[in-house]
Design a protein around this ligand. Structure first.
Ligand SMILES: CC(C)(COP(=O)(O)OP(=O)(O)OC[C@H]1O[C@@H](n2cnc3c(N)ncnc32)[C@H](O)[C@@H]1OP(=O)(O)O)[C@@H](O)C(=O)NCCC(=O)NCCS
Length: 164
């Protein structure tokens, strides 16, 4: 999938992408794309999308998409709401702050719309433990609304939804 307009190539993660160096500044996210992502794809837990520069010399970053439902009350009844989950997103350290994160989110929303056209899906969900991203309104400024926060194993997880 080549996107001439925005100057990047978007592909599903493939073993050939392991030839690229990737450092987003967070080892957990670096290790995920090097190793764990392939198992998650194999067992169909997630799909991983990678962005490459047009000349294919740099892996800009990646994000993951999965299906997830969350319970919510609608007209006094509790329903499972079908959603897409933007699970992980990471960008090469030297390319951060240049708008790639915003482009990734737009692309994830595009894919979410395609999914919802073929099977029920009401929005794009983000679950994050990064308070700094919440406080800087990173997701909120890009159309997400915070829906709740919960303590999980002593850490606070924030959930945000981009409704379709
Ligand atoms: C978070 C991340 C994906 C953002 O990507 P990016 O390409 O830097 O984002 P953009 O250039 O589109 O947007 C930059 C905005 O993000 C904010 N931002 C980036 N990292 C941030 C952080 N750690 N804390 C708070 N705000 C942050 C910047 O302040 C800036 O805000 P502004 O638009 O109001 O000026 C990227 O920094 C990254 O890969 N970080 C390491 C992995 C990670 O933390 N992933 C979290 C996903 S839940």
């Amino acid at each position: 999938m080549r996107n001439e307009e925005t100057g990047y190539i978007l592909e599903k993660l493939h073993i050939r992408h392991t030839q690229y160096d990737f450092d987003c500044g967070m080892e957990e996210y670096n290790e995920y794309i090097r190793e764990r992502a392939f198992d998650e794809i194999d067992i169909k837990n997630t799909q991983v999308y990678v962005f490459l520069t047009k000349n294919r010399d740099t892996l800009i970053g990646y994000f993951t998409l999965s299906n997830k439902s969350i319970r919510a009350e609608i007209r006094d009844t509790i329903y499972d709401q079908p959603l897409c989950l933007l699970g992980r997103m990471a960008i090469q350290k030297h390319l951060q702050g240049k708008g790639w994160g915003t482009k990734f989110i737009h692309k994830a929303i595009d894919i979410c719309y395609q999914i919802s056209d073929m099977a029920g899906c009401k929005g794009l969900l983000v679950e994050t433990y990064f308070l700094d991203l919440i406080e800087s309104n990173f997701y909120q400024n890009r159309g997400f609304q915070q829906i709740d926060e919960h303590k999980i194993h002593g850490r606070t997880r924030y959930r945000l939804l981009y409704p379709l």
